[in-house]
Every structure is written in structure tokens, then in C-alpha cells.
Write a protein that binds this ligand. Sequence first.
Ligand code: NIG
Ligand code: FE
Length: 420
Amino acid sequence: MLIHSASQLLTIAGPPQRGLDLGDLGLIDNGAVLIQGEKIVAVGSTADLYASYPDEPRLDARGRVVMPGFVDPHTHAIWAGDRAAEFEQRLQGYSYLEILEQGGGILATMRATRQASRDALVQETTPRLRRMFAHGATTIEVKTGYGLETASEIRMLEAILELDRIGPAELVPTFLGAHAIPPEFHGQPEAYTDHLCVEMLPAVFDWWLSQAPSRPLPFVDVFCETGAFSLEQSRRILTRAREMGFPLKIHADEFDSLGGARLATSLGAVSADHLVVTPSEDIQALADSATVAVALPGTPFGLAEPQYTPAKAILEAGGLLALASDLNPGTAWCENMQFILALACRYLKLTPAQAIVAATLNAAAALGLEKRIGSLEPGKQADLLILDVPDYRHLGYRFGTNLVYQVVKKGVFYSQADLL
Ligand code: NIG
Ligand code: FE
């Protein structure tokens, strides 16, 4: 299929964009892209591709922007139940960490998720992932972390693999057994940390090799935060995971700065995420490393908190910045990456071009997938969006409506009607 006559084609070609280089869209006016099978074969001007490929079936994208699909590299998209009552409590003045301390928050979702069968989790999550896909997320990272015991965590991994098989969104799994201290270990974070290192990580490793031997190991992530896992506990868990060959991620500096970002760089983590209260030395350490800084502006927005990731400082230091939704039932039930871009433009002070690259190519880098997805280049997977707008800056500028006209995943076209 030759998609042609796009008012703007955003290729975002090249390597992930570091520091103030962020925002190079590789824009082609009146652009075209040729897809064969699951892959992109050629990108260029409509005139050039007409001349080189005269016999291909054509799709007219006149008046529309064509760009890579969004990559959402941080979500907790799979869970059971909801926390609407907690939202109301927070509006009345209780903080997120207070609610967690009283056995609510992550632990409330844990109780509902433990009771859900694998099939129930798949059923509850399917429409959510379809809505994310309809809003342009073609690859989505999904964390466990609402089981907090071996069997339930593995059930979540099973559900993630099944949801990936169902599609159309492609999922990237992360084991987040270190999301909170479960009730069985209440007041004993050290004992749960031991349990994670000695029992849960090896169990996940063995299960993975027996059930999904052809897939790369999932990421291992830790919520390094007051009331969750301390810096030392996080270090133990991530170090053990690294010894077993798992790639790493971390939740760092969402509320308190414990040193998680620097820990991520010292362990070679693929990304460090949240980074709201990160001190300037840690920003510099991140910028001097290969670890991607993932900002989640839906979270402070969802919590109605005034402080956001200091994206400008990260870029000025030379960091690699990505954006993600953090979709979860507690802090940020947002299924729309376009809204995340709108927040990033306003509160992280990114330009639309910077936000777009942070949510595509750099977000792919936050999953270690920048060679396969995140840009429109020959040889890459055909994951792209046709937007019903003539100028890419409508992303960021507009919010609250879905600007995606069609989604293409591995060369298959989906209209909005297909996704209802
Ligand atoms: O990234 N901070 C920890 N985890 C999620 C929230 C999960 C929840 O509240 O259920 C986050 O914000
Ligand atoms: Fe998170």
C-alpha cells in the first residue's frame, strides 16, 4: 500500500534524539510511505514514490498528517476494579501515600486483581487496550504489580502475553512485583525484598523460560519511594534481576527523592521513570548515561499536584527524554497519548515536535526497541498513524478529542469504526 499526498509526513528518521536535539521530525511536505507486508519499504515525496512504485495500491492521505504510532513505555494497564472512591477522598485532602499507608491505593487494586481469574483480567483489560490503540498507541508496555505474590504476578504476566496475542496493540511486559509491600509482609519490607530476590524473581525466570522461551525476558521494575521500596531494597532487587539477565526499569522520584535515578544509571537500567523531584546532580547522572528519562505528566495532573518533571533541565543536561501515560487506576486513568502530549507541551514546556519525538522514537528507546519501531524508515515495522489534521502542531495544541483517523499496525489498517 502506498499512502500518498500526506500534507505532512513525519519520518523522525535517525537515532533517538538526545538533549536539545529533541524535536527533529524529518518532515516531508506532500509525503508518501510505501508499506509491504509488516514493513515500511520506502519513504519520500509523493512524486518520487509515484515514479518508483507506479503499480502499488494507493491510499490518499490528502489534508492529513502521517506519523509513527505512539509508543507508550510505562503503563499499569492491566488490573481489576476501580478506585473512584479514592479519587473523591483525595479531593477531600487525603494524599496518595496516606491512602496507600492505610491499606488502600495499590493494595486496594491488588485485592481486586488477586480475585480475578486470568480470563477475567483479559476481559477487563481488552477494551482499555483497544481504546489506547484507537488513540494511537501501537506499542504499549504493561506492568504486573497488582498481584504481589508469585501466583498472581505470574497470572498477570500470562494475561499480558494473551492480550499481546489478541492484539492489535503490541505489548511489552514488565514484572513489577516490587510495586508495594503486600499485606502478608506488612511492616516487613526487608523480608518481602528477600522473598522477591529468593523466590519471586527465580519463579518468574523459570516460568518465562518454560512458557515464552522465544520472547526476550520481561523488564524488572521497582517502585523506589517512601512507603514502597527504599534505595537499598531497590538496589538489591534490581541487582539480583540484572544478575539473572532481566533488563531493568525503575520508578524514581515521584514524591520523594531517594536516589533511584542515579541507581538506575549505575545498574544500566533502560529507563528511569517519573522523575518529578529529581535533584540536579541526578539529572546530570542520567544525562551522562544511556538510561532514558521517562516523564509521566498524566500523573501529577491526575493527582492535581503542581509539580511536573523538569524536562527542560533534563534536555539542557543532554538527557534522552521520553513520554508515557502511566495509565493506572490510582493516579492516571488516561488511555490517550495525545492528551499526554498536550500536558507535556503545557507543563513540561515541550514544543509539539519535541513531544512527538518523545512519544515515538525516544519512547521506543525507553523499551530498547528503537531499531524496530518509533520512526518511519525503510526496514522498520509498519506502525503508523494517519491523523485527521493538516499540521502536526494540532497535537499538543488540541486536547480531549481523538485526532487519529486510522491506525496501521504491522501493515494492517484499522479505522476508528473497526476499533469500536
Ligand atoms: O506509576 N507509583 C506507582 N505506581 C503507579 C500508581 C499505581 C497505582 O496507584 O495503582 C504510578 O503512579
Ligand atoms: Fe508507574
